[in-house]
Design a protein around this ligand. Structure first.
Ligand SMILES: Nc1ncnc2c1ncn2[C@@H]1O[C@H](COP(=O)(O)OP(=O)(O)O)[C@@H](O)[C@H]1O
Ligand SMILES: [Mg+2]
Length: 234
């Protein structure tokens, strides 16, 4: 993980928005971008649950939302006060990202169609990119192009890592087989598969995540998260 440290050589050579972000927080901070140009693939679901995991494990987490729909931000508004705290901050990709001092983890939710200048700007803010992918031909095709664009981005030279997650995968379907075949040809790591379940939908409706539910209710899904969390925590 990169440190957001003012003394580092990479920072002196970094663009202004990254310098500003680093000055805003001198502590070690891990930052994750959840992105895929397709809509409805589970970006907001993944981003909110990831933030929920960090909050539950006692981290000071900020959930940023650059999606015009502001799904993650709206979700935060209905999150119960008693649930482990997740904060947000004003985030505009045209201005420097300034997560407040003391933040240990940042999760950024992004809109569909993220590409070009905006993609490069948000890549400049993060250490890792998580790409949720659903098992359908159109999703696979769109994601393949997106992964190629990511790989070619100059920001990747800063050591940003990419992880892919198969979303709403029913291992018994032919579509799941196609997804597996596609991912077999990818050189990027597949960090996990999450099944299609109403648990995510129901939890979200109450401002909650898997990690806020009694473990017995989400046992199977918490198990599916283990490989993902191992990648996130290393
Ligand atoms: N693993 C899942 N199982 C069931 N429903 C899911 C799952 N992941 C996402 N969904 C649902 O699919 C829809 C789209 O997900 P969302 O996270 O909003 O996608 P995006 O942010 O990429 O547009 C939402 O209604 C969400 O609740
Ligand atoms: Mg969304």
């Amino acid at each position: 993980m990169r440190t957001w440290n003012t003394g580092a050589a990479w920072l002196r050579a970094a663009p202004a928005y990254r310098r500003a972000a680093a000055h805003a927080n001198l502590r070690r901070m891990k930052s994750f971008l959840v992105a895929n140009p397709k809509g409805g693939v589970g970006k907001s679901t993944l981003a909110t649950n990831l933030a929920g995991y960090f909050a539950k494990s006692g981290r000071r987490v900020m959930l940023g939302d650059i999606d015009r729909q502001q799904s993650s931000r709206e979700w935060l508004r209905i999150r119960p006060l008693a649930a482990p705290k997740i904060d947000t901050w004003d985030l505009d990709t045209d201005k420097p990202a300034r997560p407040p001092k003391g933040t240990t983890h940042v999760v950024l939710d992004t809109p569909a169609g993220l590409h070009g200048k905006r993609l490069h700007q948000v890549l400049g803010m993060v250490d890792r990119v998580i790409v949720p992918l659903q098992p359908s031909l159109f999703d696979i095709l769109a994601t393949r192009d997106f992964l190629a664009a990511l790989r070619g981005a100059k920001e990747m030279r800063n050591g940003i890592e990419i992880g892919i997650i198969g979303m709403r995968v029913d291992p018994r379907t032919r579509a799941a087989g196609e997804l597996h075949r596609f991912l077999d040809h990818e050189t990027l790591p597949v960090i996990g598969y999450l099944r299609d379940t109403q648990i995510y939908v129901q939890a979200a409706a109450h401002g909650l995540t898997l990690f806020d539910l009694p473990p017995s209710r989400a046992e199977k899904d918490l198990e599916q998260w283990q490989s993902l969390l191992a990648w996130i925590e290393r």
